[in-house]
Design a protein around this ligand. Structure first.
Ligand code: P6P
Length: 310
């Protein structure tokens, strides 16, 4: 039996064979290592409150804090990260231990949607990676991005300029390649509306109405990572979180949620807009910056933009 074809490719092997620069590869790999500890903590640990709150005044779950610490430690361990910003921290963290200029800066949400863990729904880690010492840049400057989805299976999806690829955590604790060069179809059949209908602005109301009239199926879990993963892997559709009368900038954070997902969806052939401009071209000037988002298949994103540019 030809063992070669039965040996699934591991994450490090794939990063090296894809020609990913060693420092960038080690960041992606170490986030993978961190995710195994986060995965374990989530399925065995304390889900109580940490007694602290984040930048947004949201109570931090013990799991948020644990996940943040684990990822921060592994990024420091690479020796190639000079600055990080985390959705759980209120300011930029600088790693001074050794001169790391010329390295990388990383923006991450350690456990997006963490409150869903209490009701056993899927959550995720989202990471954006930039070359150099500034983590607050427009998303178009990313050199890589990834997410880990903690669901019935634990999967890791990364992109570093040469396609978007999925790895699945096996019983031996290895991430093995399960999908390579993932593609978002030009048009899909599912949509995620976001927000609360009574707060919709006329343009968003019109987009949702059009999708419903065209027979799209509503898919919305309350978790950005599983909802985007479904669009990436089920072949397309449109995820939205709009500007509303109560939240004119929408809800989702540009540095930690929108930029990395816009990078990955774009690399897979999809698109991401705030309704008027590409997400990746938005100036990123603040840790808690938010933006409305229409992300997924190109045709649906273009349809949504039409209602905002009438
Ligand atoms: P809502 C989770 O809190 C999150 O940031 C994203 O993961 C998710 O898509 C969105 O908020 C859900 O927001 O207002 O529907 O609960």
């Amino acid at each position: 039996m030809n063992m070669k074809k039965h040996v699934k490719r591991g994450l490090w092997n794939h990063l090296m064979k894809s020609g990913v620069e060693m420092g960038l590869a080690s960041i992606i790999y170490e986030v993978g290592v961190a995710s195994k500890y986060v995965n374990h903590a989530m399925r065995t640990g304390d889900l109580g409150l940490a007694g602290t709150s984040n930048l947004y005044g949201e109570d931090q779950l013990a799991l948020d804090v644990v996940a943040d610490e684990i990822i921060k430690d592994r990024l420091d361990h690479t020796g190639r990260v000079s600055r990080i910003i985390s959705e759980e921290q209120s300011e930029i963290i600088i790693f001074e231990r050794q001169n790391r200029s010329g390295g990388y800066s990383v923006c991450y949400d350690p456990l997006d949607g963490s409150s869903l863990v209490d009701v056993n729904l899927s959550v995720g880690t989202i990471v954006a990676i930039y070359a150099g010492d500034d983590p607050l840049l427009s998303g178009c400057h990313q050199v890589g991005a990834m997410y880990v989805l903690y669901g019935p299976r634990t999967t890791l999806v990364y992109g570093a300029g040469n396609g978007v690829h999925e790895f699945t955590l096996n019983n031996l604790g290895e991430y093995v390649l399960t999908k390579e060069f993932i593609k978002v179809k030009e048009s899909g059949r599912i949509f995620s509306p976001g927000g609360i209908r009574r707060d919709y602005l006329p343009e968003h109301e019109a987009v949702v109405k059009k999708l419903e009239e065209d027979g799209y199926k509503l898919r919305y879990s309350g978790g950005f990572v599983p909802d985007i993963n479904q669009i990436l892997l089920k072949g397309g559709g449109l995820f939205m979180y709009p500007a509303t009368t109560t939240a004119p900038q929408g809800k989702l954070r540009l540095p930690f949620e929108l930029n990395p997902m816009a990078y990955l969806v774009g690399l897979a052939g999809g698109a991401a807009s705030d309704g008027r401009r590409p997400i990746l071209e938005l100036d990123c000037y603040d840790l808690d910056q938010r933006s409305p988002v229409y992300i997924g298949s190109r045709e649906e994103v273009e349809m949504a933009k039409h209602y905002f540019n009438k």
